[in-house]
Design a protein around this ligand. Structure first.
Ligand SMILES: *[C@@H]1O[C@H](CO)[C@@H](O)[C@H](O)[C@H]1NC(C)=O
Ligand SMILES: *[C@@H]1O[C@H](CO)[C@@H](O)[C@H](O)[C@H]1NC(C)=O
Ligand SMILES: *[C@@H]1O[C@H](CO)[C@@H](O)[C@H](O)[C@H]1NC(C)=O
Ligand SMILES: *[C@@H]1O[C@H](CO)[C@@H](O)[C@H](O)[C@H]1NC(C)=O
Length: 925
């Protein structure tokens, strides 16, 4: 034999020579023709070992070259008992085991001569790439107890010859493409313990002969096309532990005889066409851990005594027509790990019928008729990750204690009758990635604590009664893909920070009362596919940055007051008329619109100087801005405020200014301590009053989060100096910038405030300047015949107002600069400004002043990211204080600069001088 062990020859050649030699040895037994091996008798003794090796080498030669190299140890001359995957009897060279599981072998079984391997006890070719049929000669392996061809690409049908292998204990053919029927003769395999035929294309019915297989513990027939009913004889397989018949076309009733299968721990009958009721006999199955009945046509009630012994972990009966209540035994089933009952007509009071399950990981009761309230006790379901109860009749509030189930990552309570507020405790569910509360009657604000949900991907709060503004903290949910807030009463401007949500794919803010412009920053939403801002009060021009929205495929901006040229992208060009209609004056290249008259003009209109101004009462404009609140007000809903950090809770109404107290007292007086007779509207969380202040102006004042009868405590606390930390101060600057940005750039006619100063900026209890809270404003309008007289406040007015009556938005920018400095210095910056402007050269003493020395000394120096933000705010402020209007930035630039999140400060904050802040390139770099 050694003469044939020429290692350098190709394997094919070696194998061929090997065969040739054996042919010589056994000329009378093996007539050498192509059918020789399959038709040979089961020769046993003479030269067995040579025959075995030859059979394997022949098969090896039939495999593809890569497979052959994997079997490189299979060479003539070496002891085949040492070959990869081959096992022999302890004594001798008779092959009893072939284990080539997961070798990636490619080829067929047709060249494997089973006759030559008749001593095999186990043959495991699991998880290879074998194709073709299972040869009928398989019956030659009559000693086999273990046979697995699973996870290959075998086709054809199960040869009934396989049923001659009467010693088989395990037969695994799952995950192939085997069709045909399960042979009736399968009942002959009486030693069978494990039969897995799942994930094939088997048809016809399960043979009743299967009842003979009394030693069978595992029968898995999932994912075939088996039809007919489940044979009653299945109840005879009393050793069964695991019976899985899911995903077939089985019909008829669930045999009551299954109640005899007392050893069953797993019974899966999902995704069939079974009908009738669940046999009560299933309650006998006291060892049952998994019971899957979903996706059938089962009717009637859930079995009364499931889980009597407390072993049931998984129970799914979703998508049937089951009715009635959750049985008591299931309510007390503390072993439950996964419960799916969605898509039935189950009913009952959920808070009574649903227990506390310490192990529960997943519950889905979607689409039933459950009513009652969410129980705070479910917060004790410590392992709960998924809570889905949408489309029921559940009412009442969401109990904050429910959200103590800290592992919750998916919550869907949509389409119920929930009311009250969205608890801020949602913010503590750090794992939450899916939160759907849409289609309820939830009211009040969206809690800003949701901004802590850094893993949140889907947030759907649509179709509720939510009011207030979108908390800018939502922009911290950096993983958001879908943000759906449509059909609420949300208002104010859209926070430009949302432009930081770079992964956002769907943004639906439709049918709310949002004001102002669509933020320029949305141009950064590179992955945005769907944008719906329809049915709002948005105004101004579509941001030119929208030309960057390359992924956008669906857009709806209808029914706003938008105008100007459409962005030059496909989504707008091809938008249907319905998605653009109802606006003020859109033009562009869309099929349904008229072309723009002069390219470029429309988008620049906002920058025109406003020469003619007319003082009008702020009230007119303000009442427009808060109109949405009036219209949406139906019933008085008591909203709690987000607790202001570090600040006395009773300070409901604060004004930033040394003379704020005076303004406040004017308001108190003018409204007779917030008497109802001056109330012009109530919002979800605030009340708006019409106030005629002593100098004759009429303004609207929105009192936030307070009781409408006014409370002297508010007043007492108000005069106190307000302790604002650095973060809040930066937020104040941001809020002002957003508000002015909206006024300057968001409306078709820029509204120039002209009198930004500390005495007329109102803040809510969270120190956020809302656009609707610009209480003391006088608004300017072009196209009128009056020139203005000097109306600014000394110390805040831009220098040019002293020598020209020409008013443009850059005077607001100047005032904004003053105010921002005041916010961070804690006092009016008049002296500082004059010292800096009088010292014209950069070597002057003013430029050498350290920034840290001019900051409000009542607070410790800012650190880290906040220090960076303070620095940016200071730089922005100085840029705004440019003596000539032209070089001052626009509010759009200012708002954008302030909204950017930045890494922590690298430089030494305490060494920065004011001179360094006067960076003329700050806005161009
Ligand atoms: C069934 O199992 C029992 C107990 O293990 C055994 O005694 C019996 O021989 C088995 N029956 C067959 C047909 O293998
Ligand atoms: C569900 O609620 C609706 C309206 O509240 C009510 O008409 C209906 O009867 C309720 N259904 C059930 C099954 O309680
Ligand atoms: C549901 O059950 C709880 C507890 O018994 C009860 O307080 C509540 O009123 C019930 N709800 C309804 C809608 O019947
Ligand atoms: C946009 O939202 C509104 C309000 O929810 C809705 O009516 C409209 O169908 C939506 N547009 C599109 C294109 O889906």
């Amino acid at each position: 034999m050694t003469s044939f062990a020429a290692k350098t020859l190709p394997d094919l050649f070696v194998s061929f020579q090997g065969l040739f030699v054996f042919f010589i040895i056994l000329p009378s037994v093996f007539p050498f023709d192509s059918a020789a091996f399959s038709s040979s008798p089961t020769g046993k003794q003479v030269g067995d070992e040579g025959i075995q090796a030859a059979a394997l080498l022949t098969w090896k030669a039939s495999l593809d070259s890569q497979s052959q190299s994997l079997l490189s140890s299979w060479v003539i001359g070496s002891n085949h008992c040492n070959w990869t995957g081959i096992g022999c009897k302890t004594v001798g060279t008779i092959i009893t085991h072939i284990d080539l599981k997961s070798y990636g072998l490619r080829g067929t079984l047709s060249n494997l001569n089973f006759s030559s391997l008749s001593n095999l006890l186990s043959l495991d070719l699991t998880n290879n790439s074998l194709h073709g049929i299972i040869p009928s000669s398989i019956d030659r392996l009559w000693r086999l107890t273990y046979l697995s061809f699973s996870a290959n690409r075998l086709s054809g049908s199960i040869p009934h010859e396989i049923c001659q292998l009467s010693n088989l204990k395990t037969l695994k053919l799952h995950q192939n493409q085997i069709g045909g029927t399960i042979p009736y003769e399968i009942g002959l395999l009486i030693s069978l313990v494990e039969l897995t035929l799942h994930s094939n294309n088997l048809t016809s019915s399960i043979p009743s002969s299967i009842g003979n297989l009394v030693n069978m513990t595992t029968l898995i027939l999932n994912e075939n096309h088996l039809s007919g009913s489940i044979p009653e004889e299945v109840g005879m397989m009393r050793s069964l532990i695991d019976l899985e018949l899911s995903a077939n076309n089985l019909t008829g009733l669930i045999p009551a005889s299954m109640g005899n299968l007392l050893n069953l721990t797993t019974l899966l009958l999902c995704e069939n066409n079974l009908f009738g009721s669940i046999p009560p006999q299933l309650s006998n199955l006291t060892l049952l851990r998994s019971l899957g009945l979903d996706d059938n046509m089962l009717t009637g009630h859930l079995p009364e005594n499931l889980c009597l012994t407390g072993s049931l972990r998984l129970f799914t009966a979703s998508y049937n027509n089951l009715s009635g209540r959750i049985p008591r035994s299931l309510k007390n089933c503390s072993s439950l790990y996964r419960l799916r009952l969605e898509g039935n007509q189950l009913s009952g009071n959920i808070s009574e019928d649903f227990g506390i399950y310490p192990n529960l990981n997943y519950i889905d009761l979607t689409g039933n008729n459950f009513y009652g309230e969410l129980s705070p006790r479910w917060g004790k379901c410590n392992n709960l990750k998924s809570l889905e109860m949408s489309n029921n009749n559940i009412s009442g509030e969401i109990p904050p204690a429910l959200l103590e189930a800290a592992k919750l990552s998916r919550i869907d309570l949509s389409s119920n009758h929930l009311d009250g507020e969205i608890p801020k405790e949602f913010g503590s569910l750090v794992s939450l990635f899916n939160l759907k509360l849409n289609d309820n009657q939830l009211s009040c604000n969206i809690p800003r604590e949701l901004g802590r949900l850094v893993n949140l991907q889907n947030l759907n709060l649509a179709a509720n009664k939510l009011s207030g503004s979108i908390p800018r903290e939502l922009a911290d949910c950096m993983r958001l893909l879908n943000l759906i807030l449509s059909n609420n009463r949300l208002g104010d401007i859209i926070p430009l920070e949302l432009g930081q949500l770079h992964g956002l794919e769907i943004l639906d803010l439709g049918n709310n009362i949002f004001l102002g412009p669509i933020p320029q920053q949305f141009g950064a939403l590179q992955r945005l596919e769907t944008l719906n801002v329809s049915h709002n009060s948005l105004s101004g021009f579509l941001p030119s940055s929208f030309d960057n929205l390359v992924s956008l495929s669906s857009v709806d901006i209808s029914y706003n007051q938008l105008e100007g040229e459409l962005p030059h992208i496909k989504a707008f060009r091809e938008a249907p008329f319905e998605s653009l209609q109802g606006n003020k004056g859109l033009c562009g290249n869309a099929t349904s619109l008229k072309a723009c008259q002069l390219q470029g003009v429309s988008r620049n209109k906002e920058n025109k100087l406003v020469l003619l101004v007319l003082p009008v009462f702020g009230f007119l404009v303000l009442s427009f801005m808060v109109l949405g609140f009036f219209l949406s007000f139906h019933k008085k809903v008591k909203c709690t405020t987000n607790e202001p950090r570090h600040v006395n809770n009773t300070n409901l109404f604060a004004i930033w200014s040394y003379d704020g107290k005076m303004v406040y007292e004017d308001i108190i007086e003018a409204t007779e301590n917030f008497s109802a007779k001056y109330c012009v509207g109530k919002g979800g969380c605030g009340t708006v009053y019409r106030v005629a202040v002593p100098n004759g102006q009429v303004v609207a004042v929105k009192k936030l989060h307070g009781s409408s009868d006014g409370n002297s405590d508010n007043r007492k606390d108000f005069a106190k100096a307000v302790e604002l930390d650095w973060r809040k101060r930066v937020d104040v600057a941001k809020g002002l910038a957003d508000a002015l940005y909206c006024m300057h750039h968001g409306c078709s006619t820029p509204i120039i405030h002209r009198d930004i100063s500390s005495k007329n900026v109102l803040f809510d209890s969270e120190y956020v300047a809302h656009i609707s809270d610009f209480g003391m404003a006088r608004f300017m309008k072009p196209d009128s015949s009056n020139w203005t007289s000097f109306a600014g406040t000394f110390g805040y007015a831009a220098p040019e107002l002293a020598y020209t009556m020409e008013v443009n938005e850059k005077c607001d920018v100047y005032s904004f600069g003053v105010l921002t400095l005041e916010v961070i210095m804690g006092k009016h910056p008049g002296d500082l400004i004059s010292s800096l402007s009088s010292s014209s050269s950069s070597s002057s003493s003013g430029h050498a002043i350290l920034l840290k020395d001019v900051l409000d000394q009542r607070l410790p120096s800012p650190t880290n990211q906040v220090a960076e933000q303070v620095l940016v705010a200071a730089k922005v402020a100085f840029a705004c204080l440019n003596a000539s209007p032209m070089p001052r930035p626009t509010m759009q630039q200012v708002a954008w600069k302030l909204s950017k999140t930045r890494p922590s400060l690298q430089i030494e904050f305490h060494l920065i001088t004011l001179g360094e802040l006067l960076d003329t390139n700050f806005f161009t770099s």
